[in-house]
Design a protein around this ligand. Sequence first.
Ligand code: AQP
Length: 328
Amino acid sequence: MNQRLFSAVAPSGIIHLGNYLGAIKQWVELQNDYDCVFSIADYHAMTIFQPPQEFREKILEMAAIYLAAGIDPKKSIIFIQSNISAHAELTWILNTLVKVSELERMTQFKDKAKRFSQNINMGLFDYPVLMAADILLYKTKVVPVGEDQKQHLELCRTLAQRFNKVYGQTFIIPKTIIRKEGARIMGLDDPAKKMSKSAVNPYNYITLTDSSDLIKEKIKKAVTDSGKEIIFNLKEKPALSNLLTIYSLLSNKPIKEIVKNYQGKGYSQFKTDLAEVIINFLKPFQERFENFNKDQNYLKKVLNEGAQKAREIAEKTLEEVKEKIGLI
Ligand code: AQP
């Protein structure tokens, strides 16, 4: 048996290039080396209001995205978080170990509380504890994520250690895997903020299902830095450096080579070509996505089978946890 890997995406919208490059691309590559469990984190998505009919569609679309990206249900478990009640139960138990002050420090909470000030709900505050429960239930060894989740992973490790100390060795302390490149793709509208599904401005992100015309328009409108030269410099040219990172990761060309190719050429040529690189990458993905998304029966079958396998692991851990605590 290989070591277990767990990761998830919240179906709070169609995933964007940041989610793909920061997380899902690695999942596909790591499938052969680990026993992988990939969740569609619908409870997490609810921390921001989701209209029910759209929500149902987004959850199944996320399954189609996983499959189109190359997650193989024969190798990996794919399931919907809310199908397994152990996630909510372990969250409650971990809630009794976490300090309010620890959750108040979470930058994602502070950021979303500002952006969604009309709906600062308890779920938004408790998001990292639910995430810890997700991971710990599967006795996970490694968690591949983008950089924005680093702080949440640290809290997960702290809670696992705290539980083990109080009740005896139970949880594995998971290791975070963050890739060097693509771990933090920034918004196209503002290089100081990360690309985010819940960004109010759709020109912040490129989703994996955006049309060619929309991609061209979004790249054309993407903010660039002053000057004309194409160079990679995160401090002086953060917007351009972000675009170069996307170009490099999707074309598999080193940034140095791209920079060399654009010597003497301006932003306009670079942006036109970048749009082409993105479109060429997304076209075959979108065809696969459409095919999977049309076949809702197949998606439900994959998710049901995944839930059965995930439930077996999760319930066993929860039983062990309850016994250690003294619950009857
Ligand atoms: N901009 C990003 N660059 C690199 N990786 C990213 N991830 C998210 N944004 C970027 C990684 O994608 C995975 C799934 O994220 P999530 O759905 O759990 O929620 P998130 O991190 O909060 O992502 P979003 O897009 O900003 O969604 P909303 O707006 O719903 O919160 C994670 O591994 C994450 O690190």
